[in-house]
Design a protein around this ligand. Structure first.
Ligand SMILES: Cc1cc2nc3c(=O)[nH]c(=O)nc-3n(C[C@H](O)[C@H](O)[C@H](O)COP(=O)(O)OP(=O)(O)OC[C@H]3O[C@@H](n4cnc5c(N)ncnc54)[C@H](O)[C@@H]3O)c2cc1C
Ligand code: SF4
Ligand code: SF4
Ligand code: SF4
Length: 348
């Protein structure tokens, strides 16, 4: 795909940010060679004169979206008409065998298990993940994790946005060489666009990507502050975990459980999630989701890189598996949510 050299103002500012389509992945901020952009309130902000190098529009998932080119880049082919959730090799239900991981993870702990395995065997020396901020309760923040303890601390899901790519800046500072990336489908898209743009300074470091299936993310002000804190009366410092299984389930440190219907929660969906077409992280090496399951991660192995990593972790006895077709409801939900997201996005 050919790109004319466009400025930030005439490309991303006009066509993405001002149209409220910017989901804040941070890829543009990261790649600007003149450091013209800063990440501010979940968006890029121009802080000095744009040099019109045309690089930032090339990595934005919301600006020209050549899906077929990217599928050819990642898989060597486009998806066929019946590959509803993208190209893949293998689908499986998986669960960590580690009790510590199981007690803090979201579903089957596959993400934490795989990243920890790769750290311990030297495939990577760091991982770009999402931790919690210390100064704001249950507020996610990108982090570079370099030890199994730091990876374990990140386990679990926060349903507000965490621009995990920003942690690459810390990886450069710490001179980390080989990284895992974990993030939402939109962030995986940005990484693949960086690969297509041959921005090797960034992409050569990333050894594998794990994409988290994602229907939407919510605003912190709406879901956390307005609804959970004010309406439900839950102190945000007391939240132990949040999950979505047909409804939003909030569990506190003292074991209290509060729920929010999905219809209610959707009032707080970030506007920039509405044009999103990708439920299952269709360009990741491995995609993972809970899909209504309890204690298991539905795992989609898409690329050779993903297959090698996953099989090695299973062989090492760190992950146990079951055939995916034992959970037919989860499989049909995967297809249904993938189709629905493409259809809804098309009409937004
Ligand atoms: C915003 C969001 C929406 C999701 N929506 C769905 C959904 O609709 N359906 C579904 O089946 N699955 C959804 N998931 C995925 C699901 O919640 C689990 O992350 C997935 O099943 C993996 O579980 P696990 O036990 O293997 O992961 P764990 O071992 O618990 O690891 C989870 C990893 O997620 C990362 N993480 C946590 N919060 C965020 C965040 N906000 N942004 C980026 N990274 C984060 C952490 O760094 C951690 O390494 C969503 C995840 C997110 C972040
Ligand atoms: S990457 Fe290039 S086009 Fe984008 S803001 Fe920086 S100088 Fe401008
Ligand atoms: S979607 Fe990402 S790359 Fe595009 S403008 Fe927003 S932060 Fe930048
Ligand atoms: S719905 Fe799409 S844009 Fe929103 S966080 Fe999920 S992957 Fe990103």
């Amino acid at each position: 795909m050919s790109y004319p050299k466009l400025s930030f103002e005439e490309s991303l500012l006009e066509k993405v940010v001002l149209k409220e389509k910017c989901m804040g992945c941070s890829a543009c901020v990261l790649v600007c060679p003149f450091v013209c952009l800063e990440y501010h309130e979940e968006k890029p902000k121009l802080v000095k004169k744009c040099e019109v190098c045309g690089i930032c529009p090339r990595v934005c998932p919301r600006f020209k979206w050549p899906l077929s080119d990217l599928e050819k880049l990642v898989f060597g082919r486009e998806r066929t008409a019946n590959e509803d959730f993208g190209v893949y090799q293998h689908l499986v239900l998986a669960q960590t065998i580690d009790k510590d991981v199981m007690s803090s993870c979201q579903d089957g702990g596959v993400v934490t298990a795989l990243v920890t395995f790769a750290l311990k065997n030297g495939t990577i020396d760091g991982a770009l993940l999402s931790d919690l901020r210390t100064d704001k309760p249950f507020f996610p923040t990108p982090v570079l994790a370099t030890t199994p303890e730091e990876v374990l601390k990140c386990a679990g899901t926060r349903y507000t946005y965490s621009p995990n790519l920003l942690a690459v800046q810390e990886a450069f500072k710490q001179k980390t060489q080989s990284l895992a990336f974990v993030g939402t489908p939109c962030q995986i898209q940005a990484i693949r666009k960086m690969e297509a743009a041959k921005l090797k300074r960034f992409t050569n470091k990333i050894k594998f990507t794990i994409g988290l299936m994602c229907t939407e993310s919510f605003t912190y002000e709406g879901l956390m502050e307005k609804h959970i804190q004010q309406t439900l009366g839950v102190n945000l410092h007391d939240i132990k975990r949040m999950n979505i299984k047909g409804k939003v389930i909030v569990t506190t440190n003292s074991g209290d459980v509060k729920t929010i219907s999905l219809a209610e929660a959707k009032r707080y969906t970030r506007k920039s999630c509405l044009p999103c077409t990708d439920f299952s992280a269709e360009l990741a090496d491995i995609s993972v989701g809970g899909l209504g399951l309890r204690g298991w991660t539905l795992t989609i192995i898409r690329t050779e890189t993903g297959r090698e990593l996953f099989e090695a972790a299973v062989k090492a006895g760190l992950i146990k598996t079951r055939p995916a077709d034992e959970e037919k409801r989860a499989l049909s939900l995967l297809v249904k949510l993938s189709k629905k997201k493409r259809k809804t996005a098309g009409s937004s």
